[in-house]
Design a protein around this ligand. Structure first.
Ligand SMILES: C[S@@+](CC[C@H](N)C(=O)[O-])C[C@H]1O[C@@H](n2cnc3c(N)ncnc32)[C@H](O)[C@@H]1O
Length: 238
């Protein structure tokens, strides 16, 4: 068996320029051109081994997906998973509605222009449980301000985590910023996992152990907020 060293992994991901983007700064403001259409763009920040982004991109061809992680090996694994999921189409090189970015989320505003994304998924982000590391949590105000900048009028953030510490911190962070949350759940799979539901690797691991998955959606964009409030009003008048 041939073992891949760090150099081998880097060479492997460098060969996949149609799918893997190593310097997304160059493409800031040009993502619609990259995909060749004006479909909405959803990004998963910290995609790990890429199961979620692979399956979502297969299931929703009318949406463009971007998976981001900062480790070569995870990008390589994600590309393998994506190609396996997309089968024949991916053998040509590119997958029409998917790109994988090797990038540090701390600089997310350098990769996307104002209003370029429609949805951000934060799936099982590192919880950084020690208080002194709170600024590193991906739902810290410093990060959320950047997300608001790059999300469009329909923009939303969807958060899932097993960590009570991260979940409580995130709800407080969103509330302190005056953001509107909806569909808050402390036990997402209480009634079992729906067969159509797209799970992440970590979600499967934690759900199998019987742990509760927490979830919420944050309504960011003006149009998304208007629609949400109209739906609430309608519900209340029933
Ligand atoms: C706990 S894993 C979750 C992976 C996946 N979303 C899932 O649910 O299975 C968190 C991922 O976020 C990535 N990550 C953490 N901080 C990051 C950062 N600043 N920039 C890019 N990726 C980051 C890690 O490399 C890791 O793959």
């Amino acid at each position: 068996m041939r073992l891949r060293g760090r150099k081998g992994i880097r060479e492997e991901i460098e060969r996949q320029q149609e799918l893997i983007i190593l310097d997304p700064r160059e493409l800031k403001g040009k993502w619609s051109e990259v995909f060749g259409n004006a479909q909405p763009i959803h990004a998963e920040l910290g995609m790990g081994k890429g199961r979620f982004i692979s399956e979502m991109s297969l299931k929703h061809p009318d949406i463009n997906f971007i998976g981001i992680d900062m480790y070569d090996e995870l990008i390589r694994k994600s590309s393998e998973k994506a190609r396996a999921a997309h089968g024949k189409e991916s053998e040509q090189g590119a997958i029409a509605n998917l790109r994988l970015l090797l990038f540090n989320i701390e600089h997310i505003e350098d990769a996307f222009a104002e209003g370029e994304l429609e949805r951000i998924y934060l799936n099982f982000s590192d919880p950084w449980p020690k208080k002194k590391h709170a600024r590193r949590r991906l739902t810290h105000r410093g990060f959320v301000e950047k997300y608001i900048q790059i999300l469009n009028d329909k923009g939303e953030i969807h958060l899932k985590t097993d960590s009570q510490i991260l979940f409580e911190f995130s709800l407080n962070s969103f509330a302190d910023m005056g953001l509107r949350m909806r569909n808050i759940s402390l036990h997402l799979h209480a009634e079992g996992i729906h067969p159509d539901y797209v799970m992440t690797e970590y979600e499967t691991k934690f759900a199998d152990k019987g742990m509760n998955i927490h979830r919420c959606e944050v309504v960011i964009g003006s149009q998304a907020l208007e629609e949400h409030l109209a739906a609430l009003k309608k519900q209340q008048s029933l």
